[in-house]
Design a protein around this ligand. Structure first.
Ligand SMILES: NC(=O)c1ccc[n+]([C@@H]2O[C@H](COP(=O)([O-])OP(=O)(O)OC[C@H]3O[C@@H](n4cnc5c(N)ncnc54)[C@H](OP(=O)(O)O)[C@@H]3O)[C@@H](O)[C@H]2O)c1
Length: 252
């Protein structure tokens, strides 16, 4: 397919590379910041613009709108791609935000943590939706060409998955951040914990997390919990999180 990519951030970059690698033709990159657009266009071997007027002067069949969630509404008010397919990439925004900009619109939501510099072969499951059956078929064919895991999910399903993803990804990463800061202050290498993190994550492929919980809170090891809390007395944030989660785990 002939594709225009709108946006130059993490999602535009990662999906752009996938799209190119799958043999599609990226005909234009739009970025409101010209130098960012130039950089991404160079990576994707295509041309760039920072003028909205140029968007329609292409032979594109699909427009990938990979901009911040909050910008989607404003952009779709000023953008018109007529009969071409327009998709956004947000988990928490309705597909209908695009209805003023195209007759055929949809969503291509990557349920993965995307960073520009990420490993090129990382699995990127896609959750798709569309305004109509014909568009869903086309978006589905396109999605299948760039990912091995494609699922049709409506607005509410996507929003709920997004909430679950916040728990699985953003909250756990906050825990890693606290642990890393603690290790630094105590002159310990956070790296020692990586095998543990990997093992816990990898077990989830075959077991429910509810049956995999270990540690002092689930065992009711009160003396160990007390020792931990003594160590954390000088760490206000860690201490508060430790106490809250210990209570939640023991009550669950
Ligand atoms: N990254 C992820 O892990 C991930 C995963 C799944 C879905 N998504 C979704 O993908 C979309 C993009 O996220 P991202 O992580 O790629 O964000 P990002 O790295 O912060 O990039 C955001 C892009 O949006 C552009 N932008 C923001 N406001 C704009 C406006 N008013 N007009 C034109 N361009 C505008 C930014 O341009 P400037 O550089 O000029 O600010 C930038 O190119 C979001 O809907 C997000 O929910 C992201």
């Amino acid at each position: 397919m002939h594709i225009v990519i709108i946006g130059t951030g993490n999602t535009a970059t990662v999906l752009g590379k996938r799209i190119k690698a799958a043999g599609h033709n990226i005909v234009l990159v739009f970025g409101r910041n010209e130098s960012e657009a130039k950089t991404l266009a160079a990576i994707l071997g295509t041309t760039y613009t920072s003028s909205w007027n140029d968007i329609n002067n292409t032979n594109a069949e699909l427009y990938l709108l990979a901009v911040t969630d909050d910008a989607l509404e404003d952009i779709s008010q000023q953008l018109s791609v007529n009969d071409k397919i327009l998709v956004h990439t947000a988990g928490a925004v309705s597909k209908d935000v695009l209805k003023n900009a195209s007759r055929h619109y949809g969503v291509l939501y990557p349920l993965q943590s995307l960073r520009k510099e990420m490993e090129p072969l990382t699995e990127i499951p896609l959750h798709i939706d569309a305004s109509d059956e014909q568009t869903l078929k086309l978006i589905g064919d396109f999605a299948n060409s760039i990912s091995k895991h494609v699922t049709v999910s409506n607005d509410m399903e996507r929003l709920k998955l997004h909430v679950a993803a916040v728990f699985c990804n953003n909250f756990t990463n906050y825990m890693y951040t606290l642990a890393e800061e603690y290790c630094k202050k105590e002159n310990l290498a956070f790296n020692h914990l990586i095998p543990l993190i990997k093992e816990t994550a990898s077990k989830l492929q075959y077991h429910s997390p509810s049956s995999m919980q270990t540690g002092p809170a689930i065992r009711g090891d009160k003396k160990t919990i007390q020792k931990h809390e003594q160590l954390l007395a000088g760490y206000e944030e860690l201490h508060e999180v430790y106490q809250n989660l210990t209570q939640k785990i023991s009550e669950h």
